[in-house]
Ligand binder design. Sequence first.
Ligand code: MTE
Length: 473
Amino acid sequence: MSKLRPTGEATPRTDPLVPGADALSGRLRRAPENFLTPDEIGQVGKGRRDFLRASFLAAAGATAAATLGGRNAAAATADAAGDPDILNPTPWGSSLGQPVAANPYGLPSKHERGLVRRQSPGLTQVAAASVSFAPLQGLFGIITPSGLHFERHHQGWQDIDPTRHRLMINGSRPEFVKTPRVYTMDDIMRLPPVSRMHFIECGANTGMEWGNVAVPTVQYTHGMLSCSEFTGVPLRTLLEYCGADLKAAKFILAEGGDGSSMTRTIPIELVLSGEVMVAYGQNGEMLRPENGYPLRLVVPGVQGVSWVKWLRRIEVGDRPYAAKDEAVHYIDLMPDGQHRQYTSIQECKSVITSPSGGQTLLDKGFFTISGLAWSGRGAIKRVDVSVDGGINWTQATLQTPVLSKCLTRFTLPWNWDGRPALLQSRAMDETGFVQPAYGQLRAVRGTRSIYHNNAIQTWQVAESGDVNNVQIL
Ligand code: MTE
C-alpha cells in the first residue's frame, strides 16, 4: 500500500477565513452522545435522525447555550427581546463559590457529563474483554484527557500495587542478556526520564467499517485512538544496564501482568532507535490503571496491541515469537485467503471530527472543519480537505505542534451554503505516503479484514443539516 496518490490536486489556501462568510453564522449541534439517552442513541443507529432536529429546536436556547452554537442562539434572543443572561444578575456572580479542594482530584464540569468514553453496544460478549471509545467529536487540540483515553482490555483491567510490581529482563538464551535483572518501580523511576507525545491507535480502529458503513459517529468509527505525553525510560537503557547483546538480539518479547497472557514481539531496531519506552507517566501523572498502571510499553507508530500494559517481563531473543496475539489475532486477511502477519505500523490516516456523524448543522454559514491526522511513520506533512466528495481539495492549516508519530490537529474554515456536501480529509506524511480512498484500499486488501483500515472517511451533510457516515470509493 505504499505511495498511493489520489488524483485530485489540492488548492493551497492562504486566507484565514472564507471570504464573505459571517464568522458567527453557523450553529452546530454536537454529536448525539452528548445529550441522548441510550434508547435514543439506538434510534440514531437505526438512522432515525429526524427526531434529533425536532428535539433540539424544542429545547431552544437553554440547551444550545452549552453548545458551540450557544453564543449565537443567545445573540439572536438578545436582538429580539433582551437576553436575561446578560441583563440580570447571575447566581454565580452574586454568591459565594465553592472552597478550594472541594474536589481534591478535579473533575470536569457537570455540564460536560455527556463527554465520556463509550462501549459499542453488542460489539463484544463481555465487557472485560472489550473496547471503550474516546469521544473524539468533543476534544480539542491533540492531547486526550487521561480519563477519556480509549480502553482495550483482553481480560479486564487491574489496579496493581506499585510496590509489588516487578519488571524482569532476561534472554531467550543466556548469552543474550549477561545479567538478567528484576526491576522494582523505584529502580525504574530513579533513572533519567524522557517525556514524549505520541498517539496510540488500536490496529482494529475503524475495523467495523471494512465492508460497509457500520456505526454512526466518529467516536465509534475512529475512537480507538488517543494521544498523550508519556514519561518513562527508553527500553534500550534498561537493556544496556542488563548487559544485553544488542548485536545478536533481533527481537524482544514484551509480556503483560494481567490474565490475558498478552505477549508481543517487537523488532530490535525499534528498541535501538531509543523510541520504545518503558513508561509510568501519562500527561504529567502516573498512568491510569486502565492504561497499564504502573508500567506499560510505549511503541511509537506501532499498533496499540504492542503497547503492552502492566508490563512485567522483557525477553531478548533472535526470532519472532508468533504469540497468540500475533499468529491468530492481529493479522490481516487478504482477498486471496492468505493473511499478513506482523503488519504493525499504523499507516497515515486522518478524520474530520467536526462536523461529523450524528451532529446537525442548524443553519447555513460559517463553520470550522476540524480533525486529526497521524502517521506511524513520522510527522504529518499536509492534510487536504474536500467538501464535494473528493472532486476538489483545499489544503488545511496544521496546528502546531506537528510532531512525529503524534496526532496533528488540522482546521479549515468553511461556508456552508445549505446544499448537500460530502466532507473528507486526506493526510500525507513526511514519507510522501498519501491516505487511500476506500476503493484504493479495497483493491489491495479486500473487505474482510479487521485491522489497519486507514481509508478516507466521508461525512455526508444533508440539506437538513444532519451529518451521516457514508463511504465513497
Ligand atoms: N496489554 C495487556 N497486558 N493486556 C491487554 O489486554 N491490550 C492491548 C494493549 N496492551 C492489552 C495490552 C491492546 S489490543 C491495545 S489497543 C492497547 O493496549 C490499548 O491501550 P489502552 O487500553 O491504554 O488504550
